[in-house]
Design a protein around this ligand. Structure first.
Ligand code: ZN
Length: 160
């Protein structure tokens, strides 16, 4: 995503809107397969020797659910997108590294098909099993054992 500085009107901003090939985003490295192009809507301007851009980005991706291992699609939306780039003398400024970074930040490390809430993951058990036993061991179990011990200890002289 490249911006020609000479196209930016002095003291104002240039509106850029459209679609761009998502290959340079390197989404596959993060386990996400791009579905369609990157959509963007940006206002770019110049200030203090730098270029700033604000707006929004959207990229549809296909990921694999860590729980049920089924592929699912998700729209990654960066809104608001805002960045500032120091100018290094070139008339053509490439926004791709900034765009790429922001989209990668929003990609889940452990994608789940039910994250958006519009779907129920068919595999509930594996995800729950990973955290719950640790929690119960630390908190609930001692109390449970204590209670069980009291139940097991009969009163020394008592009869029911
Ligand atoms: Zn799932």
């Amino acid at each position: 995503m490249k911006v020609h500085l000479r196209q930016i009107p002095a003291g104002s901003t240039l509106h850029l809107e459209g679609e761009e090939d998502s290959d340079p985003l390197g989404l596959e490295e993060a386990g996400a397969e791009p579905v369609g192009p990157l959509e963007y809507s940006l206002d770019v301007g110049l200030s203090d020797g730098g270029l700033f851009a604000t707006g929004s980005l959207a990229q549809r991706v296909r990921m694999t659910c860590v729980s049920c291992l089924e592929p699912f699609e998700r729209e990654v939306v960066v809104d608001p997108f805002a960045t500032q780039i120091e100018l290094e003398g070139s008339e053509l400024v490439d926004l791709t590294p900034e765009v790429r970074e922001d989209i990668h930040l929003l990609l889940p490390t452990h994608p789940r098909c039910d994250q958006g809430g519009e779907k129920t993951c068919p595999a509930h058990f594996p995800a729950g099993a990973r955290t719950t036993p640790l929690q119960t061991e630390k908190t609930a179990r001692p109390a449970v054992w204590e209670a069980l011990d009291q139940l097991k200890t009969p009163p020394s002289d008592g009869s029911p």
